[in-house]
Design a protein around this ligand. Sequence first.
Ligand SMILES: Cc1cc2nc3c(=O)[nH]c(=O)nc-3n(C[C@H](O)[C@H](O)[C@H](O)COP(=O)(O)OP(=O)(O)OC[C@H]3O[C@@H](n4cnc5c(N)ncnc54)[C@H](O)[C@@H]3O)c2cc1C
Length: 455
Amino acid sequence: MKRREFIKTTGTAVAGAIIFPNISFPKRNPKNVVIIGAGISGLAAAYKLKQNGMNATIIEARNRIGGRIFTHTFNQENLTCELGAEWVGASHTRLIELCKEFGLELLNHQFETHLILDNQYKKAGEWDFTPEWNTKYQALLNQFNALPPESEAKKQYDKLDWWRFLVNAGISEKDLEIRELLDSTDFGESIRQVSAYAGISEYAESSEKNEMDYHIKEGNNQIIFKLAEAVGSDNIILKTSIEKVEQRNDSVTVYCANGNRYEADNVICTVPTYSLLKINWQPKLSNDYFDALNELQYSRIIKISVLFSERFWKNESLDMITDTLPHYFFHSTKNQDGKKGILTSYATGDRAYILSKMKNEEKIREVCKTLKSAFGDVEKYAERAVNYYWGSDDFTKGAYAIYNKHQWLNVRETLNKNHGRVYFAGEHLADWQGFMEGAINSGEDAVEKILISLK
Ligand SMILES: Cc1cc2nc3c(=O)[nH]c(=O)nc-3n(C[C@H](O)[C@H](O)[C@H](O)COP(=O)(O)OP(=O)(O)OC[C@H]3O[C@@H](n4cnc5c(N)ncnc54)[C@H](O)[C@@H]3O)c2cc1C
């Protein structure tokens, strides 16, 4: 039997309306699903549908698959860096399982964190939080871990932001400054904008290196290519943006900006909230759902990957937190052979925005200026750079969702509700929110819900 049973018709756009030729549709296979978005969430959902004998068509607005997984290769040097997702966490069991299944090798991507604060450079091991805070912090994490899952006591953490929580716990000014610098790289904005629930669960439940453990050999986009291959490239339609989703009793019609439309029994929508709000939903989404979409913000992150003619930093496992504009650095080409190497600056929030406004040469200069207190004048080694500012990405307007106080338990719960035959997925909805793992889990969960609805 033919795998794809989708009905694709081309309409004519007249004064903003789409008029379709008067054709009769053949009877549909009752298990057709349209997936909006070919990020890892959409691809994982399609793969699971295929494994369950169902048909999936993925429709993607960009001219590439992968969404926020965005590997860049410096072709001449054959060195790669990630402009989107970087680390695979040791606790990210589903992603690790998929890598195994597809024969992808995971390379160690753990680092030893150096520090530049107030213009003073300290190597890993030469700096730390105060002993009092280390003891207190561990006790706070243990206390959280000891609470029963989904208990009222756990929910209380969502009532305040992570910064306030730490201040209330008595953190010193200096310890707080370093926590802010470190944790804002995880959340993508100041910890004043992060729910304490999101904050404490991130650090209490994560691997020792905070899920910064591995990287997929030859780039994280390898998992994207493998999933796409498994799903079948003829089931993935690129450069096609969904504008409208209309439901009737027994089917859903998805309308594309180019006039095409697709009919399905179910839709899995994996797009970030910014894109989701632009889709015309018929019938409309509930007011609660709209409110939740409008509430959720995404973090501003810029990655600037500079190719240097020499690995002057010597230490293959270098990463470094700083109080300067480029914010955080790490060695992208760890485990990649070559004399040349890439250091990536990863800046968040206002820092990211300010850097995004600079010309490419200015960005490189800013990076080298920061590195000076650790390695001297390194601008002579800088060859070229690539960068990507997620704050102005056309489809996300941010890197990943950032749950503020009162949002983790309310907003996320609302956004997880299905809209009739439409199920939502994507990084922003998952327990492992902000990670590839979460995006996969949410896509697979959406399929699970469809399977249950068919029983
Ligand atoms: C800078 C940065 C650093 C990160 N670091 C890490 C990390 O170290 N480790 C980690 O695990 N994760 C990391 N992440 C997060 C990870 O990249 C995401 O969680 C994951 O890739 C999200 O996948 P997704 O499928 O949910 O969304 P996306 O990848 O955003 O996929 C959604 C797709 O929908 C498409 N789309 C949008 N609107 C429409 C429309 N109307 N019609 C059709 N298609 C549409 C988009 O183009 C996009 O391709 C990082 C992300 C960024 C940006």
